[in-house]
Design a protein around this ligand. Structure first.
Ligand code: IVH
Length: 709
């Protein structure tokens, strides 16, 4: 992380905290997407945990800044559209993490306080290994397995029924009198199976899985159950969805699971005193390397189910359980070379090539060096002896240099300023640790991910051009950039080996694909902007831009002008008009300076401008933005400010409602404000509105204006 963001949480001002929460939430979303949707993590677990913890600590200090879509209220990622969705009977939660003894003592103290127990009352716990796989829910109706689902976002998962049926550990029927039962557990892969799978993939030139967990996730989420069947997935059961009243303890649930024929870990034990807990944890850690599968800590669960029920859960995790994570495993070796990898999101990551060394039972020859700052801060150079660690069994990392007396060192590593894959400029934004390639749509390292985004439902929404096809077409060189999508049919007509003759394709399916593409040659400006996949420009900001500029031509003109004004390199002459375009952009409500900078990076890259020129006009048409909001809404296009505490709805709800009716919600009062809506204890904003002569409405008057009173 950049030092600027190392401001201790307790020293952040509210404004800084707001910015920081936004930045961390964006990072988490990006990490989650890579991890959950593409089964390809872009950071190691330790970094991920660090970002999550900081986000959580800031929210704890500024509860008023917790937004409804905060990552702290989310589990995992939205279910992929590749699979049918399954709504879980009962949400599938995540677990809070503990790292040291005090965290566990605090967990026990919290439990005690919550249940109102005195210091003498024993809290019986069940300690279980935390299996590092993918959670899975199995639904049995009258004893028959009818549904298998992934966790998804915790509320809805993906239907992987046919795939779970291929897992030998999972019984297809169980002897039970319950009408409906939901069994939960972890699907995982043994180390051996993982290594064999990766060896085979390497031979076939396919991308390798980063670790057994991602391999398990990738194998479970196969569209073809035949592929899943060929991967020796295993399963451990650890709980029931909704627990029938007849069970009094978690222990009795586990015993019943065993009787029904599910594998339950043999390492599960009961414990209660803190020394017992720590002993269990230490013993589990000593067994870790020999288990043959990955575990990343202990899970402690309150044994009494009536207590579990009373404790309930907070947003994404239960109060009745906690995960005690293992510290990372470390080893020493020599750093032979540093290469630069361009990730699918354009981030340049320095990679250490090491003399192979065994860490926690796995041979490691590569490790991530994270980013330029880390490299410099740790002063890591080629030839150094380094300490590496595997945290959470993901990508190993270089922790530090071990200085050996008398050892001569090489010069510091120079980070490249051009993308090693596509030669585009590499940008590093203020306040960000990552250097990114700006060649988004033309950079081969990023292209397949970008293309998937480009055709996704919220962007061009090209049906029939899903991930699998994109990947195939991309690998074969048929579709390498967005323009190729729209020229495909023409090229195909002239081809000696047209699509209809490819394996798995026919006349009809090829025709359908081209017709699906042709139907999308007209796209609205907001969708188009979003489809470009410019860093930080999500659906909301794309819509804001579209609303502001109205048409593609106006937008492009403004962006290229603003990009000229923002370069400051001296090679391009910026005019006063350019400067005013830049000012206009950063003044759009909801477009922060960070986003503006990302947009301009995109427009400063000539490759991207070329691509736009080949796409818009020759291939597609971008239609003007038309607000979907009915003009009849009395607040459409108006700017409103809420202040004070509203009584009938929360601030977040009020904001969402106003926006859905076409109003712009701002946080500060100016002469541009149309209405100030005052709740209880409205303070300075109401005063300012009075001063400026802005219409002030009470909550009731506001609702009356909306016709809702
Ligand atoms: S209990 C609500 N028990 O860890 C409690 N989870 O970080 C969550 N996991 O989503 C389930 N081993 O996929 C539980 N013995 C165990 C587990 C376990 C692994 C996973 C599970 C969960 C994740 C939370």
């Amino acid at each position: 992380m950049d030092d600027r963001f190392k401001i201790p949480v307790e020293q952040l001002t509210e404004d800084e905290a707001k910015g920081e929460l936004h930045r961390l939430a964006t990072l988490i979303a990006e990490y989650d997407k890579a991890y959950f949707e593409f089964d390809a993590p872009i950071v190691d677990d330790a970094t991920y945990d660090q970002v999550r913890l900081r986000h959580k600590a800031i929210e704890a200090r500024f509860p008023s800044l917790v937004s409804p879509d905060s990552p702290s209220r989310r589990v995992g990622s939205k279910a992929s559209t590749r699979f049918a969705k399954v709504r879980h009977l009962y949400p599938m939660l995540s677990l809070d993490n503990a790292f040291k003894q005090e965290d566990i003592s605090e967990f026990l103290a919290r439990t005690r306080r919550f249940l109102g127990l005195d210091a003498e009352t024993v809290i019986p716990l069940i300690a279980e290994p935390k299996i590092d796989g993918v959670s899975c829910s199995l639904r049995y109706e009258r004893g028959k397995l009818v549904k298998g689902a992934t966790r998804g976002d915790g509320i809805e998962g993906e239907d992987v029924t046919e795939n779970v049926k291929t897992i030998q550990d999972i019984p297809h029927s169980i002897p039970t009198s319950f009408d409906v039962l939901e069994i939960r557990g972890e699907v995982y892969l043994m180390h051996k199976a993982f290594q064999m799978l990766n060896q085979q993939r390497e031979k076939e030139g396919e991308a390798l899985f980063a670790n057994p967990r991602n391999a398990a996730a990738g194998s479970l989420r196969q569209l073809d159950p035949g592929v899943t069947a060929s991967r020796p997935l295993k399963f451990f059961a650890y709980s029931l969805g909704e627990t029938p009243k007849s069970f009094g303890t978690h222990e009795s649930v586990l015993n019943q699971l065993k009787k029904w024929g599910f594998p339950v870990s043999t390492l599960i034990e009961s414990c209660s005193a803190i020394n017992e807990i720590m002993t269990y944890h230490a013993r589990l850690e000593s067994l870790r390397a020999d288990l043959g599968f990955d575990i990343d800590g202990t899970v402690y669960k309150i044994n009494r189910l009536d207590w579990q029920e009373r404790l309930g859960f907070v947003s994404r995790a239960p109060r009745w359980a906690i995960a005690h994570k293992f510290p990372a495993e470390q080893a020493q070796t020599t750093l032979r070379q540093i290469s630069i990898q361009v990730g699918r999101t354009g981030v340049l990551t320095p990679v250490a090539h090491l003399d192979p060394v065994t860490v926690g039972g796995v041979v490691v020859s590569r490790a991530t060096l994270h980013n330029e700052d880390e490299l410099r801060r740790k002063d890591i150079r080629i030839g150094d002896t380094v300490m590496i660690q595997r945290a959470g069994d993901v990508i190993p990392q270089v922790v530090k240099v071990i200085t050996l007396e008398g050892q001569a060192r090489q010069a510091p590593f120079q980070f490249p300023l051009k993308c090693p894959v596509c030669d585009s400029i590499v940008e590093r934004k203020e306040g960000e640790a990552a250097r990114r390639c700006t060649g988004g749509l033309i950079c081969q390292a990023q292209a397949s991910l970008r293309l998937r985004h480009f055709v996704s439902r919220e962007a061009f929404d090209i049906e029939g051009l899903g991930t699998k096809h994109i990947e195939t077409f991309f690998n074969l060189g048929v579709i390498r950039n967005p323009v190729d999508i729209f020229t495909f049919e023409q090229r195909n007509k002239n081809s000696s080996h047209p699509l209809k003759m490819w394996e798995g394709w026919g006349e009809k399916s090829a025709e359908n694909l081209f017709s699906a593409i042709n139907q999308k040659r007209i796209i609205s400006l907001d969708r188009f902007i979003y489809a470009l996949g410019i860093y930080q420009i999500g659906q909301t900001s794309a819509r804001l831009l579209a609303r502001h500029y109205g048409s593609y031509e106006v937008w492009i003109q403004a962006m290229t002008a603003a990009a000229r004004a923002g370069t400051g390199t001296g090679t391009i002459i910026a005019t006063a008009e350019d400067a005013s375009s830049l000012e206009d952009l950063v003044n759009i409500d909801g477009i922060g300076p960070g986003m503006a900078e990302d947009l301009l990076c995109f427009f400063r890259e000539p490759h991207n401008l070329d691509l736009l020129a080949q796409l818009v006009g020759p291939q597609i048409k971008v239609s003007d933005f038309k607000s979907a909001i009915s003009r009849s809404s009395p607040i459409a296009g108006r700017t409103v400010v809420f202040t004070g505490t509203l009584t009938t709805l929360t601030r977040a709800e009020a904001k969402a409602r106003a926006e859905s009716l076409g109003a712009k919600v701002s946080t500060s009062v100016s002469s541009k404000t149309d209405y100030v809506i005052t709740g209880n204890d409205a303070g300075s904003k109401a005063a300012k509105a009075r001063e400026l002569g802005v219409t002030i409405l009470g909550e009731k008057e506001w609702l009356a204006l909306l016709g809702e009173a």
